[in-house]
Design a protein around this ligand. Structure first.
Ligand code: ATR
Length: 289
């Protein structure tokens, strides 16, 4: 690509950011569409966040992705944030439109598109969401907006209940929060259509761990994991063996990026190009397929 006086800049800010797949994914997409935009990674520590956002404004950056630990604290520095994103309290994408910064969260949308792309329509289906951290929250907020019947299970049950309460208060839903203990898991799974692991269980190096005993997985399930290192987690391996539909964590990552790309460029994202770029970066990082 040719960098010149008109080149626009997008960036990811967080700490650390050096392993992020977003730069390769977005740069491949910009190149594919012949857009004069580059995407870089800026490591920004907590005490520099305000300055970084002011800098993004003064340099006229086109857009930002925001990752840990700034997803919540960045909101106070933005001009406007989507109302549901504000209630959720986490922004992962910022658009700079004529000097005003707008905050969005594309994580949940990414997860829902990943399901749809695998021919699973979450509307009116029962989703069992494992985890109550940041990723689970983003998925839960989007799932209820797409009229999915949601049950949240978490190791720390109180956190599942708190997230359910926040959702019910925000959307008037009847989401339940329970523990991740075997009896709760077994009871809920019997009537579940979509199982989503939004915990870190199964992530490298604990590749033999799974949040769900293999014998509880049935063939009518769609199982999505947000973990993408390894690409096929123990949970997904067990689900595949049981004859269930599987959706890898890479798909959620890919589609959250695709939604951000579309917010910045107004162009449909070339997802195949982005996926290929992400896969080759993962291979470079030694991630097990
Ligand atoms: P993220 O932003 O990636 O969601 P997080 O906010 O730290 O990260 O959340 C991690 C999630 O994984 C939590 O739901 C956590 O459960 P607790 O709330 O009980 O801590 C879950 N988790 C992490 N390790 C786990 C384990 N060994 N077994 C079960 N759940 C685990």
């Amino acid at each position: 690509m040719k960098i010149n006086g008109k080149t626009k800049v997008c960036a990811i800010i967080g700490y650390p950011v050096d392993h992020s797949l977003s730069p390769v994914m977005h740069n491949a997409a910009f190149k594919d569409l012949g857009l004069n935009i580059v995407y870089v990674a800026f490591p920004v520590k907590t005490d520099m966040l305000k300055d970084a956002i002011l800098g993004a404004k003064s340099f006229g950056l086109l857009g930002l992705n925001v990752t840990m630990p700034h997803k919540h604290s960045v909101i106070q520095y933005l001009d406007e944030t989507e109302s549901t994103t504000k209630s959720m309290g986490a922004v992962n994408t910022i658009l700079n439109e004529r000097g005003k910064l707008f905050g969005y969260n594309t994580d949940g949308k990414g997860a829902m598109i990943a399901l749809q792309e695998n021919h699973v329509d979450p509307e009116k289906k029962k989703m069992l969401l494992l985890g109550a951290g940041g990723a689970a929250k983003a998925i839960a907020f989007q799932a209820v907006q797409e009229k999915t019947e949601l049950v949240i299970l978490n190791r720390t049950q109180e956190k599942a209940k708190q997230l359910a309460k926040l959702l019910n208060k925000t959307f008037g839903t009847k989401v339940k929060g329970r523990s991740l203990l075997a009896e709760d898991l077994k009871e809920e799974l019997e009537t579940t259509d979509i199982l989503v692991n939004a915990t870190s269980v199964g992530m490298s190096p604990d590749v033999n761990a799974s949040p769900v005993p293999a014998e509880l997985i049935h063939s009518d399930l769609c199982v999505m994991d947000i973990v993408y290192n390894p690409l096929e987690t123990k949970l997904l391996e067990d689900a595949k063996t049981a004859g269930a539909t599987i959706v890898s964590g890479l798909e959620m990552l890919l589609y959250q990026g695709a939604v951000a790309f579309e917010i910045w460029t107004n162009c449909p994202a070339p997802v195949d190009v982005m996926k290929k770029a992400a896969l080759s970066k993962l291979a470079e990082q030694g991630v097990r397929p």
